[in-house]
Design a protein around this ligand. Sequence first.
Ligand SMILES: C[S@@+](CC[C@H](N)C(=O)[O-])C[C@H]1O[C@@H](n2cnc3c(N)ncnc32)[C@H](O)[C@@H]1O
Length: 210
Amino acid sequence: MTEGPAPETDPVHLRRRADGALELRVNGVFVMDDVETTSERLLATHVLDQGAREVLVGGLGLGFTAAEMLAQGARRVVVAELHRTVVAAVQDGHGAGPLDDDRIEIVVGDVRDVVAAQDPQSLDAICLDVDNGPDHLVHQHNAELYQPDFLHVCAERLRPGGHLVVWSWADSKELRRDLRTHFEKVTSIRVPVLLGNRESDYWLISGRKP
Ligand SMILES: C[S@@+](CC[C@H](N)C(=O)[O-])C[C@H]1O[C@@H](n2cnc3c(N)ncnc32)[C@H](O)[C@@H]1O
């Protein structure tokens, strides 16, 4: 694990629910559990199926996207995670952890800085799953990640043909519009999920660098 600056306080809570599921909460807000992880794993297979081998994932969460990257043949996986406690929990064996593999580097820090620190045209894919998407933010400080300036930084770090994929709670016409400035084949992929007894959809919004 590469250490970034220490967080102010620790807002992260992992708890085992009565139904046995492991739940991740940050600042009291539900982030995810380990029951329905279809969309997290699809985030990885979507880019690997298109040939990606050197990838950046933000954030770690319970580690399902990163673990799928490793299991499905990624050559290099850089993961950015804001909270050290989240990394420690996964490396302790919670969620899809531990992620003990020479191909992975987990950086404690903001994905903004971790993406910016990558060499130009050094990645085949950037997969962002740090918040609920542009219109349903849990953390206001993440708003910029869906804005044209950061999309541009991502495009510069990708090789031609590389993919940027954004996990989102809902489809976003605005994000698709902004992606089209730097990416082609911009599409929203609907991912049906079962939340308890309720059927719902999550979304992966994806673009390919020309
Ligand atoms: C929904 S979870 C990611 C789930 C992950 N795809 C998985 O498979 O388990 C979101 C994660 O992003 C982290 N996060 C939130 N904002 C971030 C940021 N700006 N930079 C890096 N990580 C961030 C959160 O702490 C949380 O661990």
